[in-house]
Write a protein that binds this ligand. Sequence first.
Ligand SMILES: Nc1ncnc2c1ncn2[C@@H]1O[C@H](COP(=O)(O)OP(=O)(O)OP(=O)(O)O)[C@@H](O)[C@H]1O
Ligand SMILES: [Mg+2]
Length: 341
Amino acid sequence: MARAVPEVPTPIGRSPLFQAAMAAVSRIAPLSRPVLLVGERGTGKELVAARLHYLSPRWNQPFLKLNCGGLTDSLLETELFGHEAGAFTGAQRRRLGRFELAHRGTLFLDEIANAPMTVQETILRVVEYGSFERVGGSETVEVDVRLVAATNEDLPSMAAEGRFRADLLDRLAFDVVTLPPLRERPEDIEVLAEHIALQMAQELRRDVFPGFTPRVLAALQSHPWPGNVRELKNVVERAVYRTEPGHKVEDIVLDPFASPWRPLAASSARSDGAARRPMRPYDFVAHINDIEQDLLKQALATNAHHQKRTAAFLGMTYHQLRNQLLKHGLIGGKPVVPADD
Ligand SMILES: Nc1ncnc2c1ncn2[C@@H]1O[C@H](COP(=O)(O)OP(=O)(O)OP(=O)(O)O)[C@@H](O)[C@H]1O
Ligand SMILES: [Mg+2]
C-alpha cells in the first residue's frame, strides 16, 4: 500500500531573526550530519527537528524521538540501544532500541544535556563509527542514523565544567541552530496568534475567526512570553474557545492560575514576597501589603489588565482601584480623590 506523503511542518514567523533561523534549517536539512537545536522552552525545537527530517532525503524513513531527561541511566541506555534476551531480570526477548529502529532515518534526542556521561560515551561511538552493541549483547549492530539533538542548556559551559562530554559536543554541533525567544521577535506574535486562533476556530468547527480587538493585540505584544510559542498557543486557544462564536476576542487570560482565591504556596519556592517573609519578628504591615499587592496583580491578570473590569471584579470603584495601584507602584501618576469615592 502506498504511504501517504507527510506534510513538512512549517513553522510560522516573519521576523528577520526567525527567518534567518529557518534559512539555516533549510540549508542543513539535506545533509546527513548531526544538528544541535538550542532554544528556550517552547521556542519550537521539536517542530524544527521534524522539519529537518521531512526536508531531508530521509523523509520517507523513520523519524523517532527520545527525551533524555527523566529516565534512569539504564532505562535510557536500553531505550537507545535495545537489549538482548536475558540482559536483565524481566528481559525475556530481544528488544530493539531507538537507534536501530531509526535506521536510515532521523533520531531526535531531546534534552540531550540530561544524558548521563556513560550514555554520552556510547552515543559518541555511534556518531563516530555508526555501530554499537545492544545491552547484554556482544553482536555489533551497524546503523545509519541522522542525529538531531535539542537543549535549552548552554552545552559549551557544561562541557567546560566537565558536566557534558566535550568530544560528543564537537560531533553533535556539526551545525547549531539557535531558535530566538519570542520576546526578541515581536513581529511574529500577531501572525502566530492569528494562525493559532484560526486552527482553534477550525477545531471548534467555527466558520470564521473575527480576530482580536486592538487592546488584546496590545496585551499580546507587551507580554514577555517566558514560555514562548507554547505559552502563546495556550493563551490564544483559551481565549478563542472562551469567546462567543462570531465575536472578536476581547479578553485574554495570561495566567490561568491567577485568582484572588489562589492558595498561598506553602514553601519558599514561591517567587513573590508573601511566603518568603521570615515568620519572626513578624512585620504585619509588610505582610498585608504583600497580600494586597498579590490580589491586585492577580485580579489585573484575570481581567487582562482592563482596569474598569478589574475594579468591578474586586468590588471597588475605578478610582479606588487606581489609588490602590498607585499605592503599590503598579501604575504611575498621582492619587485622585473623586467626589464619588
Ligand atoms: N514558529 C512556530 N510556528 C507555529 N507553531 C509553533 C512555532 N514554534 C513553536 N510552535 C508550536 O509551539 C509548541 C511548542 O513547540 P515545541 O514543542 O517545538 O517547542 P520546544 O522548543 O521543543 O519546547 P520544550 O523545550 O519545552 O520542549 C508546539 O505546539 C509547536 O507546534
Ligand atoms: Mg521539546
